[in-house]
Unconditional design. Structure first.
Length: 239
């Protein structure tokens, strides 16, 4: 009987030791897994941070846009320049399982519902989808925006005349088939109001722009001044 009691006691002790060892190993694996998950999440967030040059592809044309993603006290923040307007904070941005979602309010997009952007990082490029005002799927991509911070004072070249005061040579409209259109009145570029954008064919890395803005509505004026301010902040424009 003493032998049987000793045997049963040893078995019970072995089972207890085995259970404790298994529990310790499971806890260690969970802690290790949690640490890797936390590190992976931090690395994933880091790869999205920064400024992005976006291209929004619609059935009509491609629109340039811009997005800045930052992290403050563990929370993601975003600013955006959409198809028009100025740089503004976004009310929502989320990152989950490598997929980014950000929202541009309907009031800023001139539509009945919010504009929801969803995308992922493919290599070094953001790729994603959103929808137009009628629900049509739109594609968008994002490339890392170049740094425009100055390391020295710029050396300006010779002035270039963008507008000849006579016609729209060197300019194009965002929608060539739109009516009404931009025109020249008394040596001044005249906007038709709610119509297409007027785009210069010339492209510049940095520019010094003397300009006189006359007769713009408050919304358009705010957008123009916001764009100029954005360029000034990035060191791309003197005016």
């Amino acid at each position: 009987m003493a032998y049987l009691k000793s045997t049963f006691g040893n078995l019970s002790l072995r089972r207890t030791v085995f259970a404790l060892t298994t529990l310790v190993l499971m806890l260690s694996m969970r802690v290790s897994s949690g640490q890797r998950t936390s590190a992976d999440t931090a690395a994933s967030v880091q790869s999205f941070l920064g400024r992005w040059d976006l291209t929004l592809k619609t059935p009509l044309r491609e629109y340039p846009s811009w997005l800045e993603i930052t992290q403050e006290e563990g929370l993601l923040r975003a600013r955006m320049v959409s198809r028009w307007g100025h740089a503004r904070p976004l009310p929502k941005i989320e990152l989950s399982n490598g997929r980014i979602t950000f929202v541009s309010p309907k009031e800023e997009e001139d539509r009945k519902d919010d504009m929801v952007f969803e995308g992922t990082l493919s290599g070094k490029t953001l790729v994603g989808t959103t929808t137009g005002p009628d629900g049509t799927p739109w594609q968008w991509t994002g490339e890392r925006a170049p740094s425009l911070k100055r390391t020295s004072a710029p050396k300006w070249g010779k002035p270039i005349q963008l507008f000849n005061g006579k016609d729209l040579s060197g300019w194009k409209m965002s929608d060539p088939s739109a009516t009404p259109t931009w025109k020249v009145e008394s040596g001044t570029l005249a906007s038709p109001g709610h119509g297409p954008e007027l785009i210069s064919n010339a492209k510049f890395y940095r520019a010094e722009l003397p300009a006189e803005i006359v007769g713009f509505g408050s919304k358009l004026l705010r957008g123009v001044l916001g764009l100029l301010k954005l360029c000034e902040v990035f060191g791309a424009l003197n005016y």
